[in-house]
Design a binder for this molecule. Structure first.
Ligand code: PAF
Length: 277
């Protein structure tokens, strides 16, 4: 496995491979990331991953400095899955001193995470477009846990006519349902137990929906009730939204995106599921 730090070397690597799958990451890898690598491995001649903690997607007061970093461990895990190349650039390679181009995403970035994390999707869209431009993959793989991020990236790829398939992959969960996330490493033992409440709340809403409830506000109330029963959880939002526009629904049909952001101590966790999915 080659580990490359410059755009120039990645371009040279790209020229040596026919079809390429890219798995963009911020490192601190977990089995969720590895499932993306396995999918990319199955669908392409060569697999590239990027490990880059992108400063432009963190707001002031967010966890950029504290974000867990362990490149040697990430490289071991990637090479164990048969990844062929890892792009791990220094910040100055991605954002040199005279850097001045940003992608402003429209309405798909306004609700949910976008409303609570101003500038977040501008940073995500910009870095993903840059990574796609650098690696020029045929396919790029993203987890559905970050549902709005996936919707934003699909919108960017469509609107900028990028010649890449954006592939959304299933959320990988712990035995108690907690979605795998690099930020789970922030949780102490009690918080980790409490964090399972997100999935319990999502599945409670799903069960109500399957039992015939079609009123979105009732499903939101069901999720809030489950979350409120967990003393360590502070709900930031619960949402029942259209999966494409991310606008809140009043009546809920199959395919609706049920999602939430919840703080457990100082750790902010998000999760979602698609009704009838
Ligand atoms: O999901 C992530 O890890 C990041 O937002 C991404 C897509 C790698 C962009 O920095």
């Amino acid at each position: 496995m080659e580990v490359l730090e410059t755009v120039e070397l990645v371009r040279e690597w790209r020229g040596r491979h026919r079809t390429v799958g890219l798995v963009p990451t911020m490192g601190c890898l977990h089995p969720g990331h590895l499932s993306l690598v396995r999918r990319a491995r199955a669908e392409n001649d060569a697999v590239a991953a990027s490990v880059f903690v992108n400063p432009s997607q963190f707001g002031p007061g967010e966890d950029l400095a504290a974000y867990p970093r362990d490149l040697p461990r990430d490289l071991d895990m990637l090479s164990g899955e048969g990844c062929d190349m890892v792009f791990a650039p220094p910040v100055a390679e991605m954002y040199p001193a005279d850097y001045q181009t940003w992608i402003e995403v429209g309405a798909v970035a306004d609700a949910l995470e976008g409303a609570r994390r101003p500038g977040h999707f501008r940073g995500v869209a910009t870095v993903v477009a840059k990574l796609l431009g650098i690696v020029q993959p045929d396919r790029a793989y993203f987890g559905r846990k970050d549902a709005q991020q996936l919707a934003v990236i699909r919108t960017v790829a469509r609107d900028l006519n990028l010649a890449v398939d954006i592939v959304g992959c299933a959320t990988v969960r712990e035995a108690d349902g907690l979605a795998m996330s690099s930020r789970n490493t922030y949780l102490d033992a009690a918080q980790r137990r409490a964090a399972a409440v997100l999935y319990r709340a999502l599945t409670a809403a799903e069960a109500s929906w399957r039992a015939g409830e079609r009123d979105a506000e009732s499903l939101r109330g069901r999720m809030r009730a489950v979350l409120d029963a967990e003393p360590l959880a502070q709900t930031e939002y619960v949402s029942v939204a259209d999966p494409v526009t991310l606008r809140e629904l009043r009546e809920v049909g199959a395919g609706a995106l049920v999602s939430m952001a919840v703080r457990i101590g100082r750790t902010r966790l998000i999760d979602n599921l698609v009704l009838g999915g």
